[in-house]
Design a protein around this ligand. Structure first.
Ligand code: ADP
Length: 301
């Protein structure tokens, strides 16, 4: 197969591992900086041009689109889809999962476990919003945040109110969420490919830190999932329309709750913690499923 990896940086661990695994399995791999692609959007003959070269003959693309480049990155993925190229994750699914609020709304419709979550525009309704989600302690999250930045734990009603008002004063969109204290600063990353969790790790935040992000100094170890956790992760990925996803769960008193579904999950943490060849499994998935004109997103929202 001829596979394109859409990535801004060929030296990133995930990009390198996907390239390595593809080459090892006998494929031709090209790493393409999607911000350097330009597109010819003409009737019957959509094209992608990369540094002057017309991109042709690809069987699959693996999008690794950074959160800050979702708009242009998904446009490039969509252009490949218009050309009939199989996308490991489709542009619609990537856009959908990047919007945290949309993601939670869709998951809730499917009855997937979630922390009780509220969202409001006006600060005039702060009291009502806090009460809706059950009062302090609460977690307040910037809708646009990643890697734990903009995720704040407020222990008291007054602190919650002040933080909400401060964020809203800056015109930031926020989610207000029940604090799952029993997770004890740990979360679970489930790596989903197709309809299976192929690897899972538990991430534990640094001492005194409720956020488990590895970028915030957390550490990771391999973990065995319960059947309920497995099925929650697979259903969450499916609800987003993602074939490849990193689903983050918290272990709550009322079962697994989904925090987030990531469309470009990193490979470094999970491969190192589990010693599973995740990159190889992504390539194997493409070998089995990539076919021309197989765009399949049927999700309405
Ligand atoms: P980001 O996308 O920026 O990583 P998350 O929503 O995943 O933000 O939150 C970062 C971390 O904070 C999570 O991995 C989890 O450990 C912790 N966390 C987030 N929300 C809650 C919550 N409602 N209850 C308990 N811990 C939480």
């Amino acid at each position: 197969m001829k596979i394109a990896i859409l990535s801004r940086d060929a030296s990133l661990y995930s990009t390198r591992r996907l390239e390595e695994a593809g080459v090892e399995q006998g494929h031709t791999i090209q790493i393409i900086d999607y911000l350097r692609c330009y597109m010819n959007i003409t009737s019957h003959n959509p094209q992608v041009i990369y540094q002057g070269e017309l991109l042709e003959g690809f069987d699959a693309v693996i999008p690794r689109i950074g959160a800050s480049n979702t708009f242009y990155g998904t446009a490039v993925v969509r252009q490949f889809e218009m050309m009939g190229v199989f996308a490991a994750n489709e542009s619609q699914a990537i856009s959908r999962s990047r919007d945290k609020l949309r993601c939670l709304q869709l998951l809730s419709k499917q009855g997937i476990g979630l922390p009780v979550t509220g969202f409001a525009h006006s600060t005039k309704d702060v009291e009502g919003l806090i009460n809706t989600v059950g009062g302090a302690p609460l977690v307040i999250k910037l809708l646009e945040g990643t890697q734990g930045i903009g995720v704040v734990l407020t222990e008291t009603h007054q602190a919650a109110k002040s933080v909400i008002e401060a964020f809203r004063g800056l015109d930031a969109n926020i989610l207000v969420q029940e604090f799952i204290a029993e997770a004890k600063g740990a979360d679970i990353r489930c790596f989903v490919i197709g309809d299976k969790v192929i690897a899972a790790m538990k991430r534990q935040g640094a001492p005194g830190e409720f956020r488990s992000n590895l970028h915030r100094g957390g550490n990771a170890e391999k973990i065995k999932l319960t059947p309920e956790e497995r099925s929650t992760a697979v259903r969450a990925a499916k609800t987003m329309g993602l074939r490849i996803a990193g689903v983050d769960l918290l272990r709550s008193n009322h079962g697994p709750v989904v925090m987030e579904v990531n469309s470009s999950p990193g490979l470094e943490g999970i491969e190192k913690a589990t010693e599973i060849n995740v990159a190889g499994k992504i390539i194997e998935f493409l070998e089995k499923h990539a076919a021309p004109n197989k765009t399949h997103d049927r999700i309405k929202y």
